[in-house]
Ligand binder design. Structure first.
Ligand SMILES: [Zn+2]
Length: 705
């Protein structure tokens, strides 16, 4: 549903973080030559499917399957100082992909413009501007001063609204956050959505909760504010008077925003209104000036996702004197641009947002950060060369068939879902029949026409990229919804379901080992990428996705009685995951926040398994299974399916980051994505001969689809 934000992309429903139907034919870009890694760097090795070395054979599969499947990997893998989260699958593949992209950028930046990309020069210049860290020092104070001078020039509420719009074009969140999205109830139309934004802590609870180190994080945040202002040249008395005022303004905004779990209800965040209605709701902010500065004239209908928040915003604007509001805006600027300025500000930013918030001990290497920065600004240009090098038609054919098999399995199972009535079942079948799968890479990648990049200023490149992206996003307002657009790059190691398009999307980046291998056994492929495909499909029928119909519209198609049955079934899953804890000091998972992902995981494994059984019955066994895992113990086909599934989720997370994730991430940690699902999967218990009452084979199970 959420696509193409002016502010950073919020919520496509991702796997790490669905489908059915015809796949479209895509024209494959011309393959380019392979690069060898630049001297001195070894390429992260390919990750094996079904890796015996990752197992911990001392643990019984029926006691703790995650530990059994991943224990060896956990024991032998150290958390690098520059990382806060590592995973056998996702993070290792991301590292490999970053290396591949970096090979292009290194070469482009040195004037070697092969393999050809029309944007090779811009990509190389952008990268070079980031790699020259010493060159950031001298111009940085003046660049920041220019941003802050623009705030000082504000004289009245009209100026303020204008400035906020200009900052939003630069993707500097201030007071709130705009985006352009499909209208939830009219999926054929793009509209502006206004959401909370301009608060420096990750989520509402950070401002109010008294547990899980959140009070400590608040204190760190206030110090971070003071330190950054000092480095930006503010005087000590100024800092002391401003710090608490700014913090309280953020806190007052946070007070009227929804918690992450509350935002899962699409009806709670859908409040269409026109400009006059918004001005009435939030009278003290000059909305007409704001929109005209953005160049938005079509304001007949927009989604003001959280009206109480915008009421509060208006009250704060009237309560605070203009100089106080301007100081708040200055803080939002300093906070959000520090990472692109001189070392002292960068270090202060890193110290709070990475070291204190996430537990990261060291910066990631500069070449990785710079690759990430270019990717964020011009990722589709990199995706084109990446797809040409890595993704073949044979892989696409096989994965398309797997998706079709999983969709068929869901359809075959629908008549057996006893809590559905016939009318709702029919609607579910309709929805299943309109699922659109996308595989590999966008047919119509973004071309970055008009984006000005130079070798001279990293800061200016970042801002140019942001403004370009905002303009592109706003241009969508006047166009019909474009079904060819993608919400991810070709090289992204992830997948998503977009309920407003009823599409499931699998970039080339995830279609590699250990998720998928052309030479892998059918069991292993279905256990890994098959479960991801099933996961995205089930998002169309989870607590959120079920509220969107076959055309992508937010529309009730469930009878009240059937909704009740769904909620009862779902409550079992909420209770189950709410009992799980993470970190040594036992921070609990939020069963409501993670419900949709847990439903998707549970159904994903079920339908991947059923599709796998159907493929096997047809004789699609793949290469000899015995040859897949050698040396080591031999496993049955079904055992391979479940080991392959579990090994996708082998992961380690620093405690600090784990706490943040427990607050903001709708996905459960790897351990529970494995055990939480498999305790509810009778086929797993059968495959490993678990006895009723074993930890991994409870007598009472949750089930949904
Ligand atoms: Zn998901």
């Amino acid at each position: 549903m959420k696509k193409l934000a002016l502010a950073p992309l919020a919520t496509l429903i991702i796997i790490l973080g669905a489908f059915a139907g015809c796949t479209k034919t895509q024209i494959k870009p011309t393959p380019g030559p392979q690069f060898n890694p630049p001297t001195g760097r070894t390429r992260t090795p390919e990750v094996k499917m079904l890796d015996v070395a990752a197992l911990d054979a001392k643990v019984k599969p029926c006691d703790d399957f995650y530990q059994y499947a991943c224990g060896g990997w956990i024991e032998n893998t150290q958390m690098p100082k520059d990382k806060v989260r590592i995973a056998r699958s996702f993070i290792s593949l991301r590292d490999r992909n970053t290396e591949i992209l970096n090979d292009y950028l290194e070469n482009y930046s040195k004037g070697k413009l092969e393999p050809a990309s029309p944007l090779a020069k811009q990509l190389g210049d952008f990268y070079a501007s980031c790699m020259d860290e010493a060159a950031l020092e001298a111009p940085s104070p003046a660049l920041l001063k220019a941003e802050l001078d623009a705030v000082d020039a504000v004289q009245n509420s009209k100026d303020l609204a204008k400035l906020v719009a200009q900052l939003h074009m630069k993707r500097i969140q201030t007071f709130f956050s705009p985006s352009v999205e499909q209208d939830a109830k009219d999926a054929a139309t793009n509209i502006v959505t206004l959401a909370p934004g301009g608060m420096g802590l990750p989520e509402k609870s950070y401002y109010f909760d008294d547990k899980n180190k959140k009070p400590e994080m608040r204190a760190f945040y206030k110090s971070h504010l003071a330190n950054s202002f000092r480095l930006a040249g503010f005087s000590q008395p100024e800092i002391e008077t401003q710090r608490d005022l700014i913090y309280h303004l953020e806190e007052s905004l946070a007070e009227k925003s929804l918690y992450a779990a509350e935002m899962r209800d699409p009806l709670k965040i859908y409040h269409p209104m026109n400009l006059q209605e918004l001005q009435k709701l939030s009278p003290k902010f000059d909305w007409a000036t704001y929109f005209s500065t953005l160049g938005v004239t079509a304001t007949k209908k927009m989604n003001v996702s959280q009206p109480e928040y915008f009421k509060q915003l208006s009250e704060l604007v009237s309560l605070h004197a203009l100089p106080e509001l301007k100081n708040y805006v200055k803080w939002q600027i300093v906070r959000q641009v520090s990472a692109y300025l001189q070392k002292s500000l960068r270090d202060e930013h890193f110290d709070f947002y990475n070291r204190k918030m996430l537990g990261q001990e060291e910066y990631t290497p500069l070449w990785q950060r710079c690759t990430g920065a270019v990717d964020a600004a011009m990722g589709d240009a990199l995706g084109e060369v990446y797809a040409a090098q890595t993704f073949g038609a044979d892989g696409k054919d096989k994965t398309s068939k797997m998706i079709q098999g999983i969709r068929d399995a869901f359809g075959t199972n629908l008549p057996k879902v006893s809590w559905l009535d016939d009318a709702t079942r029919k609607k579910a079948e309709e929805k299943l029949s309109t699922f659109l799968p996308k595989i590999g890479y966008p047919e119509k990648p973004e071309k970055y026409v008009g984006l000005q990049i130079s070798r001279d200023s990293y800061y200016k490149n970042i801002m140019a990229g942001n403004i370009h992206s905002s303009k592109e996003t706003l241009a969508d307002l006047n166009k019909p919804v474009d079904r060819l657009k993608w919400g991810m790059r070709a090289h992204t190691v992830n997948a998503y379901y977009n309920p407003s398009l009823n599409e499931i999307v699998f970039p080339a980046g995830i279609l590699q080992s250990p998720f998928f291998s052309k030479n892998g056994s059918t069991a292993a492929n279905f256990g890994a990428i098959g479960a991801v495909m099933g996961h995205e499909l089930i998002h169309g029928f989870d607590d959120e996705g079920r509220m969107f119909d076959s055309t992508g519209n937010l529309k009730e198609w469930w009878t009240p009685a059937i909704t009740k049955s769904f909620e009862t079934k779902a409550a079992c899953i909420v209770d189950q995951y709410s009992k799980y804890t993470v970190t040594a000091d036992k921070v609990a998972l939020n069963g409501k926040l993670t419900l949709g992902e847990n439903i998707a995981d549970l159904g994903g494994v079920k339908f991947a398994y059923l599709a796998y059984q159907a493929a096997k019955a047809k004789g699609a066994g793949g290469p000899s299974l015995a040859s897949v895992i050698t040396p080591g113990p031999s496993f049955s086909d079904d055992q391979q399916f479940f080991i392959s599934y579990a090994q996708v989720w082998c992961s380690k997370v620093r405690d600090e980051e784990q706490k943040r994730l427990a607050t903001v991430d709708p996905h459960s940690p790897g351990q529970y994505r494995v055990n939480g699902v498999l305790v509810n999967t009778p086929e797993f218990a059968k495959a490993f001969n678990c006895q009723a009452g074993d930890k991994m084979a409870p007598v009472d199970r949750c089930s949904l689809w």
